[in-house]
Design a binder for this molecule. Structure first.
Ligand SMILES: Nc1ncnc2c1ncn2[C@@H]1O[C@H](COP(=O)(O)OP(=O)(O)OP(=O)(O)O)[C@@H](O)[C@H]1O
Length: 229
C-alpha cells in the first residue's frame, strides 16, 4: 500500500465524553468519561443496568445531544467543530437510527416511510427502491399499509428498511427488539445483522437481550455512566 493512503477514520470515536444535564434535583452526571471507538463495519453491543447511560451514549454519539466535556468524532470529524447544519449533513446518509418504539411516521404508508430518506437524499427512484427494500425485509404484501395496520415486528422491519436503504456506514440501534416477542425479535435481529453486513455498516446497539448482544463483535458494559468493561 502506498504511504499516503491512510486507513479510513473510524465511524465513531468518543473520548472522555461526559454528559451532565440539569434536573429539578440539581445537575445529573449521566456520562462520566466514556471512551469508545467503533471501527469500520464493527458491531458493538452496549449493555448495562437500567439508568447506566446506554441511551445517553447513543444520543451523544448520534449527535442528538452535545457532550458537556470530551470529544465525539463521527467519521473523523469532531462534532464540536460543526454547527447544527454541518452535523446534519455529516449524519445524513451516513448514519441511521433504529429505536425500540419504531418511530415510523403515522400518516405515511410503509413504502412512503422507507422512501422518505431516499427522497431527502435526492434519489430519483425513491419509491421503487423503497419497495425493493420492503421486499428484502419480507413486506412486499404490506407496501401501502400504515404503521397502525402493522404488527410490532413488521413496523420494526419497516424501520430497518428505512434505516438501511440509504446504505449508512453507521447504524445506531437502541433496544431494537425491546418491544417484540421472541419470534419477532429473532427475525428482526437476523435481518438487522444480515443487512448491516451487506451494506458494510458498523453497528452500535443498546440491548438488554444477552443473546442479541452475544452476536456482536464486541460487548461494552456500562455502569453508572462509565464503560466498566
Ligand atoms: N434529560 C434528562 N435529564 C436528567 N436526567 C436524565 C435525562 N435523561 C436521562 N437522564 C438520567 O440519566 C441516566 C441514564 O439514562 P439513560 O436513558 O441513558 O440510561 P439507560 O442505560 O439507557 O437506561 P434504560 O436501560 O433504562 O433505558 C438515568 O438515571 C436517567 O434518569
Amino acid at each position: 500500500m502506498p504511504d499516503d493512503v491512510s486507513p479510513p477514520a473510524p465511524p465513531l470515536a468518543l473520548s472522555a465524553v461526559a454528559l451532565t444535564l440539569p434536573s429539578a434535583a440539581g445537575p445529573v452526571n449521566i456520562l462520566r468519561g466514556v471512551d469508545l471507538t467503533v471501527n469500520v463495519g464493527e458491531r458493538v453491543a452496549v449493555v448495562g443496568p437500567s439508568g447506566s447511560g446506554k441511551s445517553s451514549l447513543i444520543a451523544v454519539a448520534a449527535g442528538l445531544e452535545d457532550p458537556t466535556a470530551g470529544a465525539a468524532h463521527l467519521f473523523g470529524q469532531d462534532l464540536a467543530t460543526l454547527n447544527e447544519d454541518g452535523r446534519a449533513r455529516l449524519r445524513r446518509g451516513r448514519t441511521a437510527l433504529v429505536f425500540q418504539s419504531f418511530h415510523l411516521l403515522p400518516n405515511m404508508t410503509a413504502e412512503e416511510n422507507v422512501a422518505t430518506p431516499l427522497e431527502i437524499a435526492g434519489a430519483d427512484d425513491a419509491l421503487a427502491t423503497a419497495r425493493a427494500w420492503l421486499g428484502r425485509v419480507g413486506l412486499s404484501a404490506r407496501l401501502t399499509h400504515y404503521p397502525h395496520q402493522l404488527s410490532g415486528g413488521e413496523q420494526q422491519r419497516v424501520a430497518l428498511a428505512r434505516a438501511l436503504t440509504v446504505r449508512p456506514a453507521l447504524l445506531f440501534a437502541d433496544e431494537p427488539t425491546g418491544n417484540l416477542d421472541s419470534v419477532s425479535a429473532t427475525s428482526v435481529a437476523d435481518l438487522m445483522f444480515n443487512l448491516v453486513a451487506e451494506v458494510g455498516a458498523a453497528l452500535v446497539m443498546v440491548t438488554h437481550d444477552q443473546a442479541l448482544a452475544a452476536r456482536a463483535d464486541r460487548i461494552v458494559r456500562m455502569a453508572d455512566g462509565r464503560i466498566a468493561s
